[in-house]
Design a protein around this ligand. Structure first.
Ligand SMILES: O=c1ccn([C@@H]2O[C@H](COP(=O)(O)OP(=O)(O)O[C@H]3O[C@H](CO)[C@@H](O)[C@H](O)[C@H]3O)[C@@H](O)[C@H]2O)c(=O)[nH]1
Ligand SMILES: [Mn+2]
Length: 441
């Protein structure tokens, strides 16, 4: 073991000694996977991540940090997947100039991530972004020390802050805040800040470099396809990094295919990872949401599941449209039980078929050069799907949206005073600048 000093290393590594039953492994109660969700939509991602960790029988606790915006209904749902739901204050970098430079103004809220260091009832944690997904058990990450992370595909001397090992400590937390106040973040988000803070990550200790398979950016697959074909079979964690998240796609429940919106043309594997996310969502999370609030049928062929801050729309689509989406995202459903580990023999990422998108009318149709052979999707995780639930027999397309809120002037003023601004919407820098200009001119 890399961590012989830990009294829990026995539990972690000698599982069969502690518990004979693989499916009821010894729980390690002072270590946790931690994620973050600042609104009801990111909660959908957190729920899928949490469920994926459960599906692969983690022996660690599951914790989620939320901010006051997360609705009470969603908190109940979170509590049924996570062991601990902790409310923290939103912590914005409030550095709109740099955030604007980054063209991702919404990332300011990721400073809230720093709160994970305050979870001092855990001795060690693994932080995972809400847009990540585990494909197998990754409990071995707890053998690593603070600060361990995988290289960022955009600048490999930097780590990506979507998956990292850390030790909660109020001392570190305060040092981070102080550092943030003094130096800001070179990218306006937590990743720039953390890279400047843990600045010797690239050079000091190779043990703190997590292999890329623990944080595989689904889009990075394109930048080095032969490497993905060679190593991709061992992928353990997929990260849907970037502006378009799995929940921004639409999903056809019957065909189990991700429907594209025209702005993306994903490769087979990228779409496979997306379909895997949606598979977990439709099999485990949708039924959970339903349990907490019954879905209502409207006069149209549309079911709107208005769940506090989030609207989940189930829509019947024209079968011809559904069928025209030839994207084969999942293999024929496997009858075997859920796989519990990645096995390299079962997966061969070979040739990468190219899927072309063509615009016909308003919907995107995908044409497939060849029906992919089984080898493409034989990663055991791609078979992790359960029976379709009742919803699927009557509806087809699912989509997730943030419920539009009636702005309340009092609330808006309070948000401003608390430093919580609507960076994307009416408080976007360009809007603020326009407003300032009208005062100055
Ligand atoms: O409105 C938001 C935005 C983010 N998050 C949380 O913060 C994480 C990071 O944001 P994300 O949208 O996933 O950013 P990425 O596209 O992954 O972009 C990169 O840049 C971010 C800012 O530096 C880092 O936090 C990421 O780890 C890094 O991968 C999310 O996964 C969530 O857990 C929210 O809860 N609400
Ligand atoms: Mn992310």
């Amino acid at each position: 073991s890399n961590c012989p000093q830990s009294p829990f290393s026995l539990l972690a590594h000698g599982r069969s000694v502690v518990h004979q039953d693989r499916h009821r492994p010894g729980r390690v109660t002072d270590q946790a996977f931690v994620t973050l969700a600042t609104d009801d939509v990111y909660c959908q991602g957190a729920l899928v991540l949490g469920q994926s960790l459960r599906n692969h029988t983690t022996s660690r606790k599951l914790a989620v940090l939320i901010t006051p915006e997360v609705s009470s209904g969603m908190r109940s749902v979170l509590r049924s997947v996570f062991d601990e739901v902790t409310e923290v204050d939103a912590l914005d970098s409030a550095d709109s100039v740099r955030l604007a430079l980054l063209q991702r103004p919404e990332l300011g809220v990721t400073f809230t991530k720093l709160h994970c260091w305050t979870l001092t009832h855990y001795s060690k944690c693994v932080f995972m972004d809400a847009d990540t997904l585990v494909l197998c058990n990754v409990d071995e990450l707890f053998d690593r020390e603070e600060f361990s992370a995988a290289p960022d595909s955009g600048w490999p001397d930097c780590f990506n802050s979507g998956v990292f090992v850390f030790r909660p400590s109020l001392k570190t937390y305060n040092l981070l805040l102080q550092f943030a106040a003094e130096h800001g973040s070179f990218d306006g988000g937590d990743q720039g800040l953390l890279n400047s803070f843990f600045s010797n990550w690239a050079t000091a200790d190779i043990g703190k470099h997590l292999p890329f398979i623990y944080n595989l950016s689904s889009s990075a697959v394109y930048s080095y396809v032969p490497a993905f074909n060679h190593f991709g079979r061992d992928t353990k964690v997929v990260h849907f990094l970037g502006a378009t998240k799995p929940w921004n796609y639409k999903y056809n429940l019957q065909t189990k295919r991700v429907m594209q919106d025209g702005t993306t043309s994903g490769s087979f594997h990228q779409l496979s990872f997306l379909a895997l996310w949606w598979n977990i969502y439709s099999a485990s999370i949708l039924p959970l949401l339903e349990k907490f609030q019954k879905m209502e049928e409207s006069e149209s062929e549309e079911w709107k599941h208005t769940f506090s801050g989030v609207e989940i729309t189930l829509k019947k689509v024209d079968p011809s449209v559904a069928n025209s989406l030839q994207m084969p995202v999942l293999p024929e459903q496997a009858s075997e039980a859920h796989p519990t580990a990645c096995s390299s023999e079962e997966l061969t990422f070979k040739a990468q078929p190219v899927y072309e998108t063509e615009q016909r009318g308003s919907s995107i149709h995908l044409s497939e050069p060849d029906r992919p052979s089984k080898q493409h999707a034989s990663h055991p995780a791609f078979q992790e799907t359960s029976e379709l639930n009742e919803v699927t027999s009557s509806v087809s397309e699912v989509s997730i949206h943030l419920k539009p809120e009636e702005p309340n002037p009092e609330d808006e003023r309070r948000k401003w005073e608390e430093g919580r601004m609507d960076y994307m919407g009416k408080d976007a820098f360009e809007h603020i600048k326009k407003k300032l200009d009208t005062f100055l001119l």
